[in-house]
Ligand binder design. Structure first.
Ligand code: SAH
Length: 529
């Protein structure tokens, strides 16, 4: 029999936006579902709160982001304000948009997702849920506890350890004890001693294994195991704090055998990488494998300039004998598009332009690979990175004195390179082809930086330094706490860091991302200082 639609389509506002309640998973950003990630990457509006991994927020290009979690001062937005925000967004005039309400774990497990769905449904807003991996199962799994296990536990009960207004909830304690099922408590750190007492009073063996897992599935995951009668004391002694999950039952006893044992020298470290929006560096995953939590986020966005008089002049004057000197991957990307556009126009009228290109000189292997990716031939490539070596190669390749050297670059580049090109005997022609704009950091990342909870703040470009220090000066306070080291990709970025009043603690000897990643690994490896 076909399923009856849950709502009369007549009643659902035809022009309302659709709301998706998406489960973000328990903390490890890779534990979101494929469907959830897909929605996140194409939504128009994103509403999210504190339990959601910041890495996922960065995956969403949504123009409109609403943070409804705790503020820097620790205040949370009341639930009815969150639901009315969802309704307001969905009913906003204009064409329907895709709204994602991203919630930690699974939206319907202690996340008040049910209330949000009901309010939307009653207001005639189409609402769908995308389930997530809930902390009560995942945090325990990462800590080596299967919540059900043949011969040990026939089932699992997910419980709240906390009433909305505080204190221990009314639970069927006797029934829970008699059931013999695994008991999993969410939000139960402050009430843990009362929970243990209630269970023991209702007949549970005081030696029943128990485990509490803090920040499960995150690099900062910590756990303590012990008998039920001692678990609350152990949790206090080890300074375990929310968010944490507690499991009581024989399955908790499997943790020492099954918890992950791979060596993770950077466990508990938080590293923030500030890079240009368009660039992703796969090498960063090495830090994740070593146990660090890496927030790889855009600090700067580059936008191409279009049809300025100087660009028009460059494209009109460019000849095959001219040099194009490219000092950054972004410049190579944007210049390549300009040239492709120009050639597409010419090809329409003249077939002999196929294969035409100027003398391309990238100043590093990464710039070179951008050119190759777009189909250009790298004409002169120096053996070592840096523009000084490129200039030497240009001279030794026999280029004529006075050859025009076009330098497509950023609007804020300085005169150093044009000056060096002139000294080398060529005609420098700098042309700004893109501008850079700061990208605001999400509230969670700001909060981590301000409260000094980050171990390393890594700048991949001078523009990222300027962007952060000018738009978020409060972050500098967090850097004073002593925990955070500041690292730079190379000397230019280091100069920008010190110019803005910060100390720079780490620069790799070779100015590449893989070398920087290795230097960070070495810096934080136990035993090194
Ligand atoms: N909807 C969420 C739960 C929200 S209630 C889910 O399905 O997981 C918030 C509680 O979830 C926290 O107090 C804590 O008990 C638990 N929690 C959330 N993330 C956690 C994590 N990474 N590790 C341990 N507990 C977590």
């Amino acid at each position: 029999m076909p399923r009856k639609p849950s709502q009369d389509p007549e009643q659902v506002g035809a022009n309302f936006s659709r709301v998706f309640l998406v489960g973000a998973g328990p903390g490890d950003p890779d534990l979101i579902t494929v469907k959830g990630l897909d929605l996140l990457e194409r939504c128009d509006v994103l509403v999210y709160d504190s339990l959601v991994p910041p890495e996922l927020i960065e995956r969403s290009p949504a123009a409109e982001k609403h943070y409804v979690g705790k503020t820097l001062g620790g205040h949370a937005m009341p639930q009815d304000e969150i639901t009315s925000l969802l309704v307001r967004l969905a009913k906003a005039p204009g064409p329907p948009r895709t709204i994602v309400r991203l919630k930690g774990g699974d939206p319907y497990v202690f996340g008040r997702g049910g209330e949000e769905a009901i309010t939307c449904a009653r207001a005639g807003i189409p609402v769908e849920v995308v389930p997530g991996v809930t902390a009560g199962i995942a945090a325990l799994a990462y800590a080596g506890v299967p919540v059900t296990h043949r011969g040990l536990s026939k089932g699992v009960v997910l419980l709240t350890g906390h009433k909305a207004r505080g204190g221990l909830p009314d639970l069927p304690w006797r029934g829970l004890v008699d059931s013999g099922l695994s008991l999993v408590f969410y939000m139960g750190v402050t009430t843990l001693s009362s929970i243990a007492r209630k269970l023991i009073l209702h007949g549970m063996d005081p030696d029943t294994p128990a485990i509490t897992v803090q920040e499960g599935t995150l690099p900062g995951q910590r756990q303590v195991t012990g008998p039920l009668h001692a678990i609350a004391r152990l949790v206090t002694e080890h300074g375990i704090r929310p968010p944490a999950i507690t499991a009581v039952g024989s399955v908790a006893g499997l943790s020492p055998l099954l918890s992950r044992q791979l060596p993770r020298p950077l466990a508990g470290r938080i590293i923030v990488f500030l890079r240009a929006e368009e660039r992703h560096y796969s090498e960063i995953s090495q830090l994740r494998s070593a146990g660090a939590r890496v927030l790889d986020i855009p600090g700067i966005r580059f936008l191409p300039l279009t049809d300025t008089p100087r660009i028009t002049d460059m494209m009109r004057s460019l000849e095959a004998s001219h040099v194009v000197l490219l000092t950054s991957s972004i410049a190579a990307e944007f210049f390549s598009s300009l040239l492709h556009r120009q050639l597409a126009g010419k090809q329409a009228t003249n077939s002999s332009v196929a294969g035409w290109q100027p003398v391309m000189v990238p100043t590093s292997p990464s710039v070179s690979s951008v050119l190759v990716k777009h189909g250009w031939e790298v004409t002169i490539q120096a053996g070592t990175p840096g523009w000084a070596a490129s200039l030497e190669s240009m001279i030794s390749s026999g280029l004529r004195k006075g050859t025009p050297v076009w330098m497509p670059r950023s609007t804020v580049a300085d005169d150093q390179l044009p000056e060096a090109v002139r000294k080398a005997g060529f005609l420098p022609l700098p042309v700004p082809i893109y501008s850079s704009h700061p990208v605001p950091l999400s509230m969670d990342v700001r909060s981590m930086l301000v409260h000094g909870r980050v171990d390393a703040l890594v700048f991949l470009a001078p523009s990222c330094v300027e962007s952060v220090t000018s738009s978020m000066p409060e972050i500098l306070k967090g850097l004073d706490t002593g925990r955070t080291i500041v690292a730079a990709l190379g000397p230019k970025t280091r100069a920008a860091i010190t110019r803005n009043g910060l100390s720079c603690h780490l620069v790799p000897s070779e100015y590449t991302v893989p070398a920087l990643v290795k230097a960070i690994l070495r810096y934080f490896e136990p035993g090194s200082s």
